[in-house]
Design a protein around this ligand. Structure first.
Ligand SMILES: Cc1ncc(COP(=O)(O)O)c(C=O)c1O
Length: 409
């Protein structure tokens, strides 16, 4: 086999993987029809409200309320449960910043709990140690589209009288025990930002099975009006977080492809996992039996440097990229080590309690290991490729393993 491409040898692959988003004239027509129809706002029945029902149905929720993005969806879900300054919310530190920021933006306190190294989701065995009389909610993230352990998290929540808000930003179509995620906690949130498996450039949705929480959330999205209210009566402090009909039309049109795309991603991911787990030092994350559908927003595996002559994760990622495989090192530091936390840069937000926490002193072992040493991702559009595309990934990793002595340490 040739030298590694990172050292000047020929790359395994020279052509790109599928690009994202996928769109056709049908998507353009959907948006065009809204433009020509002249009804661009979503306060009355139209694309947004139809999509809300479609997506809620898809995830097995009674109610869906669209919002401007996934971060806002989390903030409004927390407001819907009436989170108060100083309340504590349990979150993972191996996630996008929005999960923890949403808590701060409610003047509440993010309490970071470590992840399970097999799934990279919140480790339920560690949650109870962080519960005290200020804890109000648990906010699991279905990282990469893999459902967190909703059974164990729900039973802890019931035992301690806590709410569960599922951050499902990465988990469109994911199912736990054959039931949609985002509809199993008190509330669930999704993002439709441009990288997501279902997107309209920006956007989000809050799901719930609780009629009262749904009415509160709808009011929170719509300037504090009563549900279906249009006039100038405002019952609570709230902003305008409504989605436009242009985004609603695009979401409806993109939604038609989600199921077929999810099936293709699943097939390719399963093939990759079978083949990659045969390579010493490559451990795909584990999909528990109860996680009956992984949404595969990311394909994630654990890199064991010992099997690659001690070469660091970043050197391995660079070598893989040089072979033409778009690998990502993912989140490179735990959230609690971001300047927003270490320096308490909370601006107008952040309770006194949060400002007293020395977040920089935290050290969650598995989160640290995932960030620094082990977690490597491929984006979801890679999984929209052919079997031959997956074979190139496998070939490139096998080549690097075989020529590991060429890697820098
Ligand atoms: C886990 C998680 N939560 C929340 C968000 C926030 O979503 P948005 O970017 O739509 O605000 C994201 C988006 O990347 C995410 O990955």
């Amino acid at each position: 086999m040739a030298h590694l491409a990172v050292n000047g040898g020929p790359a395994v692959r020279a052509h790109p993987f599928p690009s994202w988003p996928v769109f056709t004239d049908e998507d353009a027509d959907a948006v065009r029809n809204v433009v020509l129809g002249g009804k661009w706002g979503s306060t009355a029945e139209g694309c947004v409200q139809t999509f809300e029902r479609q997506f809620a149905d898809y995830q097995d929720a009674r109610h869906g309320i669209c919002v401007t993005n996934g971060t806002t969806a989390l903030v409004l879900a927390l407001q819907a449960i009436d989170i108060r300054p100083g309340d504590e919310v349990i979150v993972p530190a191996y996630t996008f910043i929005a999960t923890a920021n949403a808590v701060l933006m409610c003047n509440a306190v993010p309490v970071f709990v470590d992840i399970d190294p097999d799934t990279y989701n919140l480790d339920p065995a560690l949650i109870e140690k962080s519960i005290n009389n200020r804890t109000r909610a648990i906010m699991p993230v279905h990282f990469a589209g893999l459902p967190a352990d909703l059974d164990r998290i729900s039973s802890i929540a019931i035992k301690h009288n806590l709410s569960v808000i599922e951050d499902s930003a990465q988990a469109h179509g994911a199912r736990w025990k054959n039931s949609g995620v985002g509809a199993q906690g008190n509330l669930g949130t999704f993002s439709f930002q441009s990288s997501k498996n279902l997107n309209a450039g920006e956007g989000g949705i809050v799901l719930t099975n609780d009629d009262e929480l749904a009415a509160t959330t709808r009011s929170l999205v719509n300037c504090g009006r009563a549900q279906d209210g249009l006039g100038y009566s405002h019952y609570r402090l709230a902003g305008n977080h409504r989605l436009s009909e242009l985004q609603g039309a695009l979401l409806q049109s993109q939604f038609k492809r989600l199921e077929a795309q999810t099936k293709l991603r699943s097939e390719n991911a399963e093939y990759l996992s079978t083949q990659l787990s045969r390579i010493d030092g490559i451990d795909p994350t584990i999909v528990p039996a109860a996680a009956t559908r992984h949404a595969r927003h990311l394909y994630v595996f654990r890199y064991k440097s010992d099997s690659f002559g001690g070469s660091s994760k970043s050197h391995f990622v660079e070598a893989l990229k040089a072979e033409g495989i778009p690998a990502s090192p993912g989140y490179s530091i735990p959230l609690y080590r971001q300047p927003v936390f270490t320096d308490h840069r909370f601006g107008a937000y952040g309770s006194a309690e949060a400002s007293e926490i020395d977040y920089g002193a935290l050290n969650l072992v598995e989160t640290e290991r995932a960030c620094q040493d082990e977690a490597i991702w491929f984006g979801q559009s890679v999984l929209l490729g052919t079997k031959e595309d997956m074979d190139d990934i496998i070939l490139a990793i096998a080549k690097i393993r075989e020529r590991r002595s060429e890697l820098s340490s």
